[in-house]
Design a protein around this ligand. Sequence first.
Ligand code: GLY
Length: 322
Amino acid sequence: MADTEDTEMPDAANLQWSLAIHGGAGSMKPGRFSAEEDAAFIAGLAAALDAGAAVLAGGGTAMDAVVAAVAVLEDDPQFNAGRGSVFAFEGHNEMDAAVMDGATRAAGAVAGTTCIRNPVRAARAVMEQTPHVMLSHEGANRFGVESDVEQADPEWFATPHRRAQWEEFRAKGERGDGAWFDTDLKYGTVGAVALDSHGHVAAATSTGGLTGKRWGRVGDTPVIGAGTYADDRGCAVSATGTGEVFIRIAAAHEINARMRMLGETAQQAADAVMSEVGALGGEGGVIFAAPDGSAGFAFNTPGMFRGRSNSEGLRETAIYAG
Ligand code: GLY
């Protein structure tokens, strides 16, 4: 079992922590959504931020905080993870998730699950209850049952809005003007990164992937080092965007490598890696949390659903660039 907790509790008056979350990056610009829709997205982000912050403010671990925040986003049908995931080619939902603990570099991931209510909890169970790092598809579903993570009927994940997007995707394909899969990333992956008052970082990411994905396609989210990574010597990272590009440049690990080998700050490393993502034709963003207390974002899209808070009283959420 991975050790994610220190035995000594810090002084309650001296808790220093930080947290950043994302609900995906993409082509949204001001005016893209109605004021009511903007407010609903912000409320969803705030709920996740507050769930993670409550753990950290109480002296809890970064791992507990990132799982708590991501589980809230998975249960919120506005975001492409858990309930509200986009549809795969055949018309069902296949979900991926990962967690990583920066203190021990223990990690767990699931790919292609169809009946685990909160894939992020299954990823954590892989880390804590097996000698493995990633389980996929039917095996991951069976592990979910055997490890007692909460199950959900496949229909629970399938919202009418996502079904309509899938129907539009399939209709385009039948007209002959379709793509391999839908690369309009306006509703993306979700994730959280945190620094806890014990000085440790952790990352968690969860996604339904891309509308129309097929042949068991898996993106960057559950690939440790691509969409998810955490190392106390560098920082915790969670990514969102064109998963294939984030895999090709091992984006989350690359940010850590630049910090350790070039002495860059987390923000400098994240900016540099997002430039590389762009140079290879990728779009999206990353969030980071480092042991120096910094927590932030880098993205090359017009918007990114995001939020951050810390022990100094910062609490902010945003959708659009700037
Ligand atoms: N970034 C999520 C995916 O590509 O599946």
